[in-house]
Write a protein that binds this ligand. Sequence first.
Ligand SMILES: N[C@@H](CCC[C@H](N)C(=O)O)C(=O)O
Length: 291
Amino acid sequence: MSALANHAFAKMNGIGNEIVVVDMRDSASRVTPDDARAVASANGGVAYDQLMVLQKPRLAGTEAFIRIYNNDGSEAGACGNGMRCVVRRIFEKSGQTTATFETAAGLLNCWQGPAPDLYTVDMGAPKFGWQDIPLAEEFRDTRYIELQIGPIDNPILHSPSVVSMGNPHAIFWVEDVNAYDLERFGPLLENHPIFPERANITLAHIVDREHITIRTWERGAGLTKACGSAACATAVAAARLKRANRNVEIALPGGKLGIEWRERDDHVLMTGTATFEYEGNFDPALFAPVG
Ligand SMILES: N[C@@H](CCC[C@H](N)C(=O)O)C(=O)O
């Protein structure tokens, strides 16, 4: 039986990004991809984009090691919106206002502020090298790469910027983010052979040097109302192209995020709200073997 059977969870969202938080710091068990898919089951499960599982800290000075699961059971190195939900949950229980967490992508410093309902996550430094993203072949300049879909002489989407924010992102620059069938093109691009670990696919429109609008098809989760790491990746990619400032507001279908690409240490700070919806315990029937 899964370690998640009867376990407590909190259903939250980060500006519409559907998040489930599970605190397993008292257990040595590991959530399997099957467990993660079972939680998302349409039959009595909890619909989510990411499942944030807190495990015992591995490093002194950190609150937890966090495993991040997409609803297809795959694991991700980063989830900005999920981190704000974890931070709110932990801070409300402990009274803390700052904390450091570890994920597969490294250490994340988090704090409450600059207003009481806002949480900021230091998402670390972006990576631009083709092997870091990763891409399947060498591109010396990842501000734009050769990739397109649609007719060769009249592509529908082309020349994305690519960035790793602890997870792979491709950003296609467009005039209207709602003018494309992202549910159709998202899966094709997510699974394109140029991305050996798949990729999160974002459509981005630069409104002015301080405002960008995006929509994202998430690797392993599909169309979401918000993707925090995509907002960070977009802000950084726009600044790299000298088309935006290092401090921008990103509008997503579910709400807004403030993103600052800090000059002094190259780190990306993401600020936004986190919303608690309800809590419960997982129904053990979700994890019962089939047949
Ligand atoms: N929703 C997230 C990103 C989740 C991970 C992503 N689907 C991946 O597999 O890389 C966010 O807010 O950053």
